[in-house]
Design a protein around this ligand. Structure first.
Ligand SMILES: [Zn+2]
Length: 410
């Protein structure tokens, strides 16, 4: 966690890029330290120092390491719980070392695929954008960011995939003897996500009643609420327990809320607030008729199913809920991606829409990207190299190659 200053300072761009947000430890309460330590804002410098000792031959490569640790960053802007914090608690960072540029590029594609699958599983829509050179991760050749939109229509970065090229390898002297006998600098990549993703998940899918967790990641997927009856409370509770055991056995994460002091209505609100995707209600009717009433958190609809089909029906409902949640999120996301062919038009629709992600046809030149950023006054988010644009560059009027994305962001 404490990085000696001389190790931290080895890569110049990195040092400069993180200089504004890295905490420095200089003293104890009563003593001044003989050397300075920096609180890791991310772990490149400590890890790469070790890589330089571990890597000697092409046979050692590739190396792939990840860790989930806390990192510290001084955010000058206002902090937001989970989204923008000074101590990131679950920073999941991966670092890889390769013997060739092509193998590092392959790793970048693999990392993007992994993150795509991950965010897809969370039912989050996103765009993957290559960061413009003037905003590239400190010490990197290039990086890709996954962006989505928060309900306030500001963009937020979900994760970042970074090709470090040989910059750090040169700074940290990470060299290997290749199969041809020559000593060469290694190629590196790194990528990371943090608990911010959880904050985004809660914000994007939630509603006025609280959280809505996608079934695949909900800590509790199903809650069972007994509905008190006149005489057969014992039977109702017994049935609740049976259903719970049955679902548990089938692999579902299920909870029985049998707190006697709360009314069913209070329990409904409580579990809706916590985002449990399905609620099973069991009362007199269910006991007598061999049926089960299930309520969906996402659309507040109840269905009555046959008890013997329980597991099957729940799987079906999970799939329907996931589809509906993704459809809603994606539809909203796409309706807030705004395309304009002049800066003036862009600003008009951006302001009318009260935010979003704004994109313009662009020739691909950095100076035009910088101009777009300057004239809109909105931070550049980057471009998608796989997405072709039609028309003319909004700045220089030559043929457009891609769209250039801008927007306020967290
Ligand atoms: Zn241009």
């Amino acid at each position: 966690m404490l990085v000696p200053e001389e190790v931290f300072a080895k890569e110049r761009d990195f040092l400069e890029g993180f200089s504004g947000e890295t905490f420095v430890v200089e003293r104890t309460i009563s003593k001044k330290l003989t050397r300075k330590f920096l609180l890791r804002p991310t772990s490149e410098t400590v890890m790469y120092y070790m890589f330089s000792l571990w890597v000697t031959s092409y046979k050692d490569l590739p190396i792939k390491i990840y860790q989930t640790v806390n990192v510290f960053r001084y955010e000058t802007e206002q902090t937001h719980p989970i989204l923008r914090v000074r101590e990131i608690i679950m920073f999941n960072e991966a670092h890889t070392v390769h013997s060739s540029l092509s193998d590092a590029d392959r790793q970048i594609s693999e990392a993007m695929e992994i993150y795509s699958k991950f965010f897809d599983a969370l039912l989050l829509p996103y765009v993957i954008l290559k960061t413009p050179p003037w905003d590239t991760f400190a010490g990197a050749e290039y990086n890709y960011d996954f962006f989505t939109l928060m309900p306030d229509k500001k963009a937020i970065e979900l994760g970042s995939v970074i090709n470090l090229g040989q910059k750090f390898a040169r700074a940290f002297d990470i060299k290997f003897q290749d199969s041809d006998g020559e000593w060469k600098y290694a190629y590196q990549t790194c990528y990371g996500v943090s608990e911010r993703v959880l904050g985004v998940l809660i914000s994007v899918h939630g509603d006025n009643r609280g959280i809505i967790f996608p079934p695949a990641v909900a800590p509790i997927q199903i809650v069972i609420v007994p509905i008190p009856g006149e005489e057969i409370m014992d039977k109702i509770l017994e049935k609740c327990k049976n259903i719970k055991d049955r679902l548990k056995k089938a692999g579902f994460r299920v909870h029985l809320d049998d707190r006697p002091e709360l009314t069913p209505g209070k329990k409904y609100y409580w579990w809706e607030f916590l985002g449990v995707p399905l609620r099973i209600e069991i009362g007199e009717k269910e006991v007598k008729e061999g049926k089960i009433t299930i309520a969906r958190r996402d659309i507040f609809k109840r269905v009555v199913i046959l008890e013997e089909l329980l597991e099957e029906e729940i799987k079906k409902l999970f799939s329907e809920i996931s589809k509906e949640m993704y459809r809603r999120a994606k539809e909203w996301f796409e309706s807030n991606i705004l395309t304009a062919t002049t800066i003036e038009e862009g600003m008009k629709i951006y302001n009318k829409n009260k935010g979003g992600i704004l994109r313009f046809p662009w020739c691909g030149k950095d100076e035009c990207g910088l101009k777009i950023e300057e004239e809109t006054g909105l931070p550049a988010l980057g471009h998608n190299p796989n997405e072709k644009a039609t028309g003319k560059c909004v700045i220089c009027d030559s043929d457009a190659k891609h769209y250039f994305y801008v927007g306020k962001k967290y």
